[in-house]
Ligand binder design. Structure first.
Ligand code: C5P
Length: 225
């Protein structure tokens, strides 16, 4: 039996990957499966929290006892997360949010031309939701957690990212062939703004989810409302 140590808390989790439409049939997307975010949402619900899961394009079934908000793009994900975060004790950004979106949406399908040429796609920056909620906490003492997938110099890049984003905890994954995207397993180091490092050995995403909540718990404002 899981201890209901998150009872009385509202937590927000984002999961999946945003898709940025280019024309009616195409989008820019990424390989996030949403499994880590779903594991986080399920674990929090099992520990007694009220959970809002903002999911983008996962195709996964709604977990029992979790409020699910479905979104497509980064801009929609931002709206939904900010709304849910208004009264949240903790926000965990596990979603892979596109850093860029096409500057323009073509209302008709982009066609090949007879001259053999290819179109140029202009991109614009998406809002950085994690940096925004970290800088502008809707609730004093709200705990904000980010994820970072890195391919090299994982810890050094992770520490820089933690500072740049301004969040309390950053879960740093090494992206490899076997690991992270679409896989059932994960291996990570959780970095905290107060300088601690918690290695999480290679294992199921459920185990990493429990470790994240274990680290969020002592950082939550007291008492629970
Ligand atoms: O900068 P990078 O994309 O590596 O940061 C990853 C973290 O930032 C994740 O927690 C992700 O959810 C969040 N993020 C965000 N908004 C963006 C890009 C990333 O909230 N536009």
């Amino acid at each position: 039996v899981t201890a209901p140590d998150l009872a009385g808390r509202h937590v927000v989790v984002s999961a999946g990957g945003t898709r940025e439409p280019l024309d009616p049939v195409r989008y820019l997307g990424n390989r996030s499966s949403g499994k880590q975010g779903y594991a986080l949402a399920k674990a929090a619900a099992a520990r007694g929290a009220r959970v809002t899961l903002v999911e983008a394009n996962t195709g996964l079934p709604d977990p029992a006892g979790v409020d699910v908000v479905r979104v497509g793009t980064a801009v929609q994900l931002r709206e939904a997360v900010l709304k849910a975060a208004a009264d949240a004790d903790a926000v965990v950004m596990a979603a892979a949010v596109a850093d860029f979106r096409p500057a323009a949406y073509a209302t008709g399908k982009i066609k090949k031309t007879d001259d053999g040429g290819a179109p140029t796609i202009e991109l614009v920056r998406n809002p950085d939701i994690l940096a925004e909620i970290s800088a502008d906490r809707a609730v004093p003492g709200q705990v904000v957690v980010g994820f970072a997938a890195e391919t090299d110099d994982v810890l050094a890049h992770g520490r820089q990212k933690l500072r740049r984003k301004g969040c309390d905890l950053l879960v740093v994954n090494e992206v490899g062939e076997r690991k992270t995207f679409g896989s059932e397993e994960n291996e990570a180091v959780v970095l905290s703004a107060d300088g601690t490092e918690t290695p999480v050995p290679y294992g199921p995403k459920e185990a990493l989810a429990e470790t994240v909540w274990d680290l969020v718990l002592p950082r939550l404002r007291t008492p629970a409302v």
